[in-house]
Write a protein that binds this ligand. Structure first.
Ligand code: PLP
Length: 415
């Protein structure tokens, strides 16, 4: 590989330096007990049970039986993928508009991610877009609640039930969002969360799996925390399955526990502000904010965004976003890179060249990954502008300023 690759940046390295007139989530708001918990970790000589206390507190707040803390959502979902123990070549339906962390574990297990398209006008998949992707090799549906907007889960669960499929959730962007009064993360068999520093419950890095299934929870601890290692009499440790060392560090648990203590007001503020912002954006001709479905009882918004009507403006979405960023809309840009089937050249190559598991068998058919396989999502992202800095620091005056900037750019480019 060339030395000159520009490596992607994440977290504070990607966002903290962005300039603009609107709040930047960095430096992150930190729960008042963080220092106390961190001190406890150090003064205990690393014997503190803080990770277990975080797990119990998060499970209680979510109203679930189990929380298994991990170093991030990528490892959380990788552990889940491993715990499901499907066969190589089995197919998992996934939202097409997401982050690489959603699919990394599936790829490592030699499962085949099948990207269902998004539902028209939204950023999420739906039962209707999933149905045509189902085959006799489909084993699970992994829904991603993009930007904090929850997928319409009841019809997805109905469909899965009819076909005997597992449904599970990627809740990275939707911590404490609610669907018909039920928390995202409790709407399937299990869910993965991220507490990466840029996420709503930003705790440096970190994540977890939640589930009500006792056996699955035990298996996740065995694979994810114990590296699949078990004690054998007269021998010692043997490794029964190829496990991971995906334990959340104590310092992350300390920060996560402190962040959990302030998460509900944080989410409530985001919910209020994104609804206000959406109303203000909707008043601008040619601008459509991301629609908030009626079933979304709490919108824990991680990223604000809107679509532009290409027929209404002289400029492209990229130009619109660049002008908006220059006018102060901190972090405004397009989000084409979120279209996962277009963002994984290595997977495109494997599928095209029938490299395992795309050989036949274990795959049951040929696959192709490209933007064209999800035309609705592709078209949506062509005119979608998001800003990566929406956060709990927003007040009504920031929403008014954001809408004013969008209006100003819209008026300057109107046909
Ligand atoms: C939808 C989604 N899934 C997975 C991830 C990966 O999470 P983590 O960085 O905690 O591994 C992210 C992070 O950006 C995400 O937004």
């Amino acid at each position: 590989m060339s030395d000159r690759v520009e490596r992607a940046k994440y977290g504070a390295a990607a966002v903290a330096g962005l300039k603009g007139s609107l709040p930047n989530p960095y430096p992150r708001t930190i729960g008042p007990n963080a220092l106390k918990y961190l001190q406890e970790v150090l003064e205990s000589g690393l014997t503190s049970n803080i990770m277990m206390r975080f797990e119990q507190a998060f499970a209680k707040e979510m109203g679930v039986r189990h929380c298994i803390a991990t170093p991030g959502c990528t490892p959380a979902l990788a552990t889940l993928a491993s715990a499901f123990a499907f066969e190589p070549g089995d197919e998992i339906i996934v939202s097409p508009v997401t982050d690489y962390g959603t699919v990394q574990g599936l790829i490592r297990e030699n499962y085949i991610p099948v990207f269902a398209d998004t539902a028209p006008g939204t950023i999420n998949l739906s039962a209707e877009t999933i149905a045509p992707c189902l085959t006799d090799r489909t084993r699970a549906i992994l829904t991603v609640h993009k930007t904090g907007l929850v997928c319409d889960m009841d019809p997805i669960n109905d469909l899965a039930k009819k076909r005997g499929l597992i449904v599970y959730e990627d809740v990275c962007q939707a911590v404490f969002s609610e669907y018909k009064g039920r928390l995202a993360g409790t709407l399937g068999l299990a869910a993965g969360f991220s507490f990466d520093s840029e996420k709503t419950m930003g705790s440096d890095v970190g994540g977890c799996v939640v589930t009500n299934d006792d056996q699955l929870a035990e298996r996740i601890r065995f694979i994810g925390h114990s590296r699949g290692g078990q004690m054998q009499p007269n021998f010692g440790r043997i490794h029964a399955v190829p496990g991971y060392a995906h334990r959340m560090p104590s310092c992350t648990a300390a920060i996560s526990l402190a962040q959990l203590e302030i998460i509900r007001p944080n989410v409530a503020q985001r919910d209020r502000m994104i609804r206000l912002l959406a109303d203000l954006l909707a008043e601008i001709p040619g601008i459509t904010p991301l629609p908030i479905p009626d079933y979304q009882t709490v919108y824990s918004c991680w990223m604000a965004g809107f679509s532009i009507d290409p027929a209404a403006f002289r400029c492209s979405a990229d130009e619109f976003a660049a002008q908006a960023a220059k006018a102060g809309l901190t972090g405004a840009g397009t989000g084409r890179y979120y279209l996962m089937p277009a963002a994984l050249p290595f997977l495109q190559d494997r599928a095209q060249n029938r490299v395992y598991p795309y050989s036949t068998p274990p795959a049951s058919r040929t696959y192709a990954y490209s933007a064209e396989t999800c035309p609705t999502a592709k078209a949506f992202l062509e005119t979608f502008i998001r800003w990566s800095t929406f956060c709990e620091k927003y007040e009504p005056e920031h929403c008014a300023l954001a809408a004013q900037i969008v209006r100003q750019v819209a008026d300057a480019n109107r046909i």
